[in-house]
Design a binder for this molecule. Sequence first.
Ligand code: SAH
Length: 352
Amino acid sequence: MSHPFEWLSLTSTELKEKLKELGEAPFRADQLLKWFCFGASPDEMTNIPKSLREKLSDREIGLLFYPQIVRKQQSSLDGTVKYLFEMYDGQLIESVVMKYEHGNTICVSTQAGCRMGCKFCASTLGGKVRDLSAGEILGQIISAQRDFGERISGVVMMGIGEPLDNYDNVMRFLSIVGSKDSLNIGYRHISLSTCGLVDKIEKLANENFPITLSISLHACCDEDRSRIMPVNNAWNIDKLLTACRKYFDKTGRRISFEYTLISGENDSVEQAKKLAQLIKKYFGSRPVHINLIPLNHVDERQFSAGSREDVKLFCDTLNSLHVNATVRRRLGPDIDASCGQLRHKASSNNDK
Ligand code: SAH
């Protein structure tokens, strides 16, 4: 599906061009970008002439849209806020704002739904409906920041969707979000998480965005990985880890691996040892970090999380073999803050 023309998807150079085309002064671009970052409607843009404000509201010209909050849940334990946003065409997606000591980080969605089919994940249950545009990814940060009332200084692309399956829009989003005229979020505070689309990882290595690449590995051998992640049939672990090593050698950016621990599937001590061997085989002494994530229960899936002790044992085994691993702190446990479930429930019940 092609997207309508959206103001929020433009880079500052493109916005200047667009203004010229509409017979407006290009210097208005800087003013407009400030208003866009604030999530302002045309009526609120007090220093913009009425003629231009009218053009911004004119659907024949284009769409100025910020994701609308349909539901909001706030954790009383750690301040995490989860938003269910509605897009211009009624699609629902989720974003989560997390408070860390070093600042607020948002987890954004990159697609409405997902077609990767990971067996433990809620986001893929209804398949992929459509890609999100660059402006819709940026818009999640803008709408959340406006509601949250504090600056958001970090982004993780770990919400609904596979970012590398929406490559061009995600690259466009990256070039806008880090630009000084826009939200000016530092690339070192941005992570992109992928289930392992190897051809796109190779492409990403040449883009020169100093972001953190996170790989959803979740298994220590092809047999285990193919069982839970269909993408492994297209690019197996050898292809994936070879691409990751090349990515590191090209960019110098430490790769981060995500490993969701699923009871009886991938969480034995034996599997931890195999994982350590695997990482050493491909990375040698290069720096790597493994993020262990205890599985979040998904009603429609039969998988469950192991005990706290199992998780600790898996982590300790990796560390004892000199592979750097930590267990991800679970934020917003009282609001079910992991992504995918709200969209799925709201879409299937049609209860907004
Ligand atoms: N498509 C991308 C990003 C979205 S998911 C990717 O696959 O990386 C973000 C992370 O959450 C991924 O590592 C994903 O595998 C993991 N995840 C999905 N469902 C989960 C669940 N039920 N419990 C724990 N982690 C889950």
